[in-house]
Design a protein around this ligand. Structure first.
Ligand code: FMN
Length: 438
């Protein structure tokens, strides 16, 4: 069995799966339940001067039968007293000495930051996470994403924290910024030990078309919220990779955003995360989801012959490059398996109306195509004109049947050529312009 033990910037945990700062990490009671279920670490709900929350607080984007594809909240930091939070952190650490407990902090002045950092150390926290990401409520008071969006401010506050921190410090970044690497570099310049990302993304999930009030509704009004859950995973992966690939960042990354399964976690790890954090999926399904995450990651690492999580960290980072370095001569085309095709013709419509018009509807008899499941005799079937197919993937993405349309590599007929090489060769008159397919 692979070793899942994690040493993230000096913070040790039995596995890389941490509960993210949020409602599931609000109290000692929940921390005990999380660790009993198998979570390796937990980032406490952000501690600061206690706030007052509104009712209601959450809304969601459902797609068909899939509930909470995206999740939105207007909840602020902890509404419990600073004393209670630190007392409970100490209690949890006493009972779970080998699990990671990280204190998430947010406050304003240098003195207040020093005080919260010292109290985190005294409570026995294994690390500190600085919340520069909350995009609602706190930012209007100059905290949260108001800090994260100004790298020079984040750098100044982080250096205040580093003046007194005796335990590892993680800077949690906001995705509500044009260039996440600017914020990550500021964390490094200030001497932080690690970064975590992403916090939530500014959002309005829906509008009630009778009352014209978006959800969540508070006395007939709403407010911009923070978006998270499965819908944000691609944005988070993109930002994690950008930070992991930046030579001026070089900090351990705790990946967050839409993680619900071991696969999600493995993708974040492959793109450079040394640990992963989960909030929405726990709010949706409970702490027990970590069971599958542990089993799945173990089986995956074993299958790949990897001895520990570190063997996977960053494996995919170098597989992302800038567009102009991609090979213009590489070609792949769509192939339809007519034995499994159900004849819905979604691929045809998508290609015809929404893409590059390279699927024909043909008579099955004339093309020697047998009858697949659900198909009516003599009804035309989709067939790809491979010479014209641009390999855009759309037909395989819309096809409702698993693996019915696959994308296949065509044998290379020309050597690899990037956009910049193409421009140079064209300028030197060494090649003719490439004609678009189709
Ligand atoms: C209701 C709610 C409350 C949250 N509160 C905090 C918080 O107090 N501090 C913090 O750093 N992040 C907070 N977050 C953000 C999460 O820690 C996490 O960064 C974000 O939700 C993305 O992860 P997910 O897709 O797994 O939920 C909160 C998220 C939700 C949904």
């Amino acid at each position: 069995m692979a070793d899942l033990a994690c040493n993230f910037a000096g913070i040790r945990s039995p596995n890389p799966f941490w509960v993210a700062s949020g409602p599931p990490a609000n109290s000692a009671y929940q921390s005990h339940r999380a660790f009993e279920a198998g979570w390796g670490g937990l980032v406490w709900k952000t501690i600061g001067t206690p706030i007052v929350n509104v009712s209601s607080r959450y809304s969601a984007l459902d797609i068909g039968a899939n509930r909470m594809v995206g999740f939105n909240n207007i909840e602020l930091i902890s509404d419990r007293s600073i004393d209670v939070n630190f007392r409970e952190i100490a209690e949890v650490k006493k009972r779970w000495p080998h699990h990671a407990v990280i204190a998430s902090l947010m406050t304003e002045t240098r003195e207040e930051w020093h005080d919260l950092v010292r109290r985190s150390v005294d409570a026995g926290a294994d690390g500190i996470e600085l919340n520069y990401g909350c995009p609602h409520g706190m930012c209007e008071r100059g905290m949260g994403s108001a800090v994260g969006q100004q790298p020079e401010v984040a750098e100044r506050i982080t250096s205040w924290v580093m003046e007194v921190a005796k335990i590892p410090v993680i800077v949690k970044l906001t995705p509500n910024i044009t260039d996440i690497t600017a914020a990550a570099r500021a964390a490094r310049r200030a001497g932080a030990n690690a970064i975590s990302l992403i916090n939530t993304i500014n959002s309005i999930t829906n509008v009630n078309l009778d009352t014209f009030v978006p959800e969540p509704m508070v006395a007939g009004m709403s407010s911009h919220g923070g978006y998270c859950g499965p819908a944000v995973k691609p944005i988070a992966l993109n930002m994690v990779q950008s930070c992991a690939a930046d030579p001026d960042v070089r900090l351990p990354i705790s990946g967050i955003g839409g993680i619900a399964t071991w696969r999600d976690a493995a993708e974040f790890i492959a793109l450079g995360s040394g640990s992963v954090q989960v909030c929405t999926a726990i709010m949706h399904h409970g702490f027990r989801i970590v069971d599958d995450m542990i089993d799945g990651l173990n089986a995956y690492l074993d299958g790949k012959g990897m001895k520990n999580v570190n063997d996977l960290v960053g494996k995919a980072v170098g597989k992302v490059t800038t567009w102009e370095k991609l090979d213009l001569n590489y070609r792949r085309v769509a192939r339809i398996n007519h034995d499994t095709c159900i004849g819905c013709n979604l691929c045809y419509i998508a290609c015809e109306d929404g893409a590059h018009q390279c699927i024909d509807l043909v008579s099955p008899d004339a093309h020697g195509i047998g009858l697949g499941p659900g198909r009516v005799p003599y009804k035309p079937v989709p067939k790809v004109r491979e010479d014209d197919c641009v390999g855009c993937n759309l037909c395989s993405l819309v096809c409702p049947v698993d693996a019915c349309i696959t994308m296949v590599d065509l044998p290379a007929t020309k050597s690899a050529m990037s956009w910049s090489e193409y421009q140079q060769k064209l300028a030197r008159g060494e090649i003719e312009p490439i004609e678009p397919h189709g």
